[in-house]
Design a protein around this ligand. Structure first.
Ligand SMILES: [Zn+2]
Length: 320
């Protein structure tokens, strides 16, 4: 996959620096796209995830080629993604059947890159968002579920392959069922899916957005639900800070739209719950500059890097 070897680096650099690129974020509940030129979004779309992943990719790539003449695609997908081979393996909100995304994209466009959606979100926030200038930047994406991405000195940290599946850290003994098949996972306590269920119980439209709107409208019940979710967000982030020691934690994804309604409680929980807090540097907890678009923007930025060969040379350097 990727750029053909027959072009010179100079040509690719020229193409890559100004050519339109498409980022696609396939999440548990929705599909977002961003078309970037020179790093700036010129078009963004959001729609339901209403058909199989390959059909979505087929439609979105064809549309962006036709409308914007895009020349590279980044596809971010929620779940276990083998970025090296461009293969989706498993995602509790999407499918338990492996899909060779890169092989499918080969039939649509020459230059493409595939990764976990939270990794792309983390890259976007490090490259052009709230985590720029940070050496160790953690981005926690709270959408339908929770995923995290860690960028260390400008490179996505993958572990052996699948680092960042933090939504399925078990944080409670209760029997809250998770789509992964277990119970008590972090994302059963705070996620778009969970807040949607809570909104439904309050008689609202079953979305996190409806819950946040009700809270802003003065509903104490909605405020309390969001505060509790924020507490749990803080508990999970505290654990991640202890394990990874980032200098910044960025909150991205759809739920980040609730802003201070959730983030204030999370910050208080971290300030009071982080062991040795007075003896370590403060960790900034900040909303994503790219908000719910972070993964789509990061996918497009990474596609641009693949186009210019930057990302390939970095991979080579890391494997040496
Ligand atoms: Zn789970």
């Amino acid at each position: 996959m990727g750029v053909s070897g027959s072009n010179s680096t100079d040509q690719l650099g020229t193409i890559g620096s100004h050519a339109p690129v498409l980022g696609i974020d396939i999440g548990g509940g929705s599909v977002k796209t961003a078309v970037l030129i020179d790093g700036h979004a010129v078009a963004q779309t959001v729609g339901p995830r209403d058909r199989p992943i390959t059909e979505l990719l087929d439609r979105l790539v064809a549309s962006a080629v036709g409308e914007h003449q895009i020349v590279a695609v980044g596809a971010g997908i929620a779940g276990l993604v083998d970025a090296r081979n461009g293969q989706f393996l498993w995602g509790p909100h999407l499918s338990d059947q492996p899909i060779h995304i890169a092989r499918f994209l080969d039939s649509l466009i020459e230059c493409h890159v595939v990764d976990n959606d939270a990794n792309f979100a983390a890259y976007a926030e490090w490259a052009t968002g709230s985590a720029s200038d940070h050496r160790v930047a953690l981005t926690v994406s709270v959408g339908t579920g929770i995923g995290a991405g860690l960028v260390v000195e400008g490179a996505i940290w993958r572990g052996s392959a699948f680092a960042g599946e933090v939504g399925h850290m078990r944080l409670t003994e209760t029997e809250l069922a998770c789509p992964c098949g277990r119970s008590g996972c972090w994302e059963t306590l705070v996620s778009g899916r969970q807040l949607g269920l809570e909104a439904g119980r309050l008689g609202l439209s079953p979305t996190a957005e409806a819950l946040a709107a009700a809270a802003r409208g003065g509903s104490q019940q909605a405020v309390d639900v969001l505060r509790l979710a924020g507490d749990w967000l803080g508990v999970g982030i505290t654990n991640l800070i202890m394990a990874l020691d980032p200098s910044v934690v960025v909150i991205a994804g759809g739920v980040s739209g609730a802003g201070g309604l959730i983030l204030d409680a999370a910050r208080e929980q971290i300030a009071s719950g982080l062991p040795g807090a007075g003896h370590r540097p403060d960790v900034e907890i900040v909303p994503a500059a790219h908000g719910r678009w972070a993964a789509a923007v990061g996918a497009a930025l990474f596609a641009a890097r693949r186009l210019t060969g930057l990302e390939r040379s970095e991979e080579k350097r890391q494997s040496e």
